[in-house]
Design a protein around this ligand. Structure first.
Ligand code: P6P
Length: 348
C-alpha cells in the first residue's frame, strides 16, 4: 500500500476560506483546564440562534415581522415583533442545547428556569438591542453574558446563580446585524471577531485578537439629553468639542460600541436627574461589553467603579455606562471627578 504525507496545496488554485467559528472554539477549548466541551457547545448554540435571527432581521420587511408587537416589556418599552422573535429563538436554542440552567433576558420579567439543573451555565441576554432601528434598516445587535452557576450542579437554581458581578463572567459577546453580520466574543483570553458568510451558513474568523486603540477621535452620546447631564459630563463633552472630535451616535449600543472598539472612541450613556442610573442594563448589556472592552485593552466604568465590579441587586437594574478607549475614559472620569460635590467635613 502506498502512503504519502499530506502536502498543503501550494498552487493557490483554491483560496483558503479561513477558520470557522466551530473550529476556532474547538481549538481554543484547551484554554480551559478540564474543559469538557460544555462551554464550547453553549457558544455554538448561541451562534446557531444568531444565524436564525440574522435571517429574520434580513427579511423583516418582507415577512411582515417588522413593526411593533403591541405589548411593552418589563422595561416599559414597546416591544417590536423581532424583539419577541429573537427572544424565542435564543431561549429555544439555549434550552435545547442542554448546557444552561437559567436565563435572564431583557424580554422576560423573571429569571427563566430551564428546568435543567444539570446545566452548568447561566446566560444573561439582550436578544435584540436597538430594535427601534429595525424598521429603518439601521444596525441592531444581540448582547450576551455567560456565567458558571454558583450552587451545586443538580440542585435548583438560586438567586446567587444569577446575581453575579461581571468579573464572574466566563464568556461574553455580541452579534452585530449590520452591513455584514458579525459575532465578537471573549472567554477571557482576548477578543476575536467572526463574519457570517450566509452562502455557507458559517461564521469565519475575520478579526483575530482585537485590540482597542488607546485613544480615539470619536465620541458617542445622545446630545438631545444635554439638559439632563451633570456638570462633569458637560465638561467632558465640551472638551471633546474643543478637541474637534467626531460625534457619532447610531442609537444602537452594539453598533456604536463595535465601531469605537475597532477605531478608538468612547460611548457614554450617563445618568440623569430623573434616571440617576441611566438607561442601559447591567446584567445583559453593560457587563458583556465591559468584559470585551477590558479584554481588548479598553475600559468600562459607571463613573465611580469598573462596570465589572458592580454587585447586582436586581435583575433589570440600570447603570450609567462610559466605555471605550483607555485614555478617553480616563479623561471623562477626571472631569466627572472634579465636579463631584465635595462636601466639606466640618470638625465640630
Ligand atoms: P437613546 C437602544 O434602545 C439602546 O438600549 C441602545 O442600543 C442605544 O445606544 C440607546 O438605547 C439609545 O438610547 O435614549 O439615546 O435613544
Amino acid at each position: 500500500m502506498k502512503i504519502l504525507p499530506y502536502q498543503p496545496d501550494q498552487s493557490g488554485m483554491a483560496y483558503s476560506v479561513g477558520t470557522t467559528l466551530d473550529r476556532f472554539i474547538k481549538l481554543k477549548q484547551s484554554d480551559f483546564p478540564f474543559a469538557s466541551g460544555e462551554l464550547s457547545q453553549l457558544l455554538r448554540d448561541i451562534a446557531l440562534a444568531a444565524k436564525i435571527v440574522n435571517r429574520e432581521t434580513n427579511r423583516a420587511g418582507l415577512a411582515n415581522i417588522g413593526g411593533a408587537f403591541g405589548q411593552t416589556n418589563v422595561q416599559g418599552e414597546e416591544q417590536q415583533k423581532l424583539d419577541v422573535i429573537a427572544n424565542i429563538r435564543f431561549m429555544r436554542a439555549l434550552s435545547k442545547g442542554g448546557e444552561v440552567c437559567a436565563i435572564v433576558s431583557e424580554e422576560e420579567d423573571a429569571v427563566i428556569d430551564l428546568q435543567n439543573n444539570s446545566g452548568k451555565y447561566v446566560v444573561a441576554i439582550d436578544p435584540l438591542d436597538g430594535s427601534s432601528n429595525i424598521d429603518v434598516n439601521i444596525s441592531i445587535g444581540t448582547i450576551f453574558s455567560i456565567y458558571r452557576r454558583k450552587t451545586p450542579i443538580g440542585s435548583p437554581i438560586q438567586e446567587e446563580d444569577v446575581m453575579q458581578p461581571g468579573t464572574e463572567q466566563v464568556a461574553a459577546g455580541y452579534v452585530l446585524y449590520g452591513s455584514s453580520t458579525m459575532l465578537v466574543y471573549t472567554t477571557g483570553f482576548g477578543v476575536n471577531g467572526f463574519t457570517y458568510e450566509a452562502s455557507l451558513g458559517e461564521f469565519f474568523l475575520s478579526h483575530p485578537n482585537i485590540e482597542a486603540p488607546k485613544n480615539g477621535k470619536i465620541y458617542s452620546i445622545n446630545e438631545g439629553l444635554e439638559k439632563s447631564w451633570t456638570d462633569g459630563i458637560k465638561d467632558y463633552i465640551g472638551f471633546c468639542k474643543s478637541e474637534q472630535l467626531s460625534a457619532r451616535y447610531i442609537g444602537s449600543l452594539v453598533a456604536d460600541f463595535h465601531r469605537n472598539l475597532l477605531k478608538g472612541g468612547i460611548y457614554l450613556y450617563p445618568g440623569t436627574q430623573s434616571n440617576p442610573n441611566g438607561k442601559l442594563r447591567l446584567l445583559y448589556e453593560a457587563n458583556a461589553l465591559a468584559f470585551i472592552a477590558e479584554q481588548a485593552g479598553a475600559k468600562a466604568t459607571d463613573g465611580n467603579q469598573r462596570i465589572l465590579e458592580i454587585q447586582p441587586t436586581s435583575l433589570h437594574q440600570r447603570t450609567p455606562l462610559y466605555i471605550g478607549s483607555d485614555k478617553m475614559v480616563d479623561e471623562a472620569l477626571r472631569r466627572i471627578a472634579r465636579h463631584k460635590q465635595i462636601i466639606p467635613t466640618i470638625n465640630l
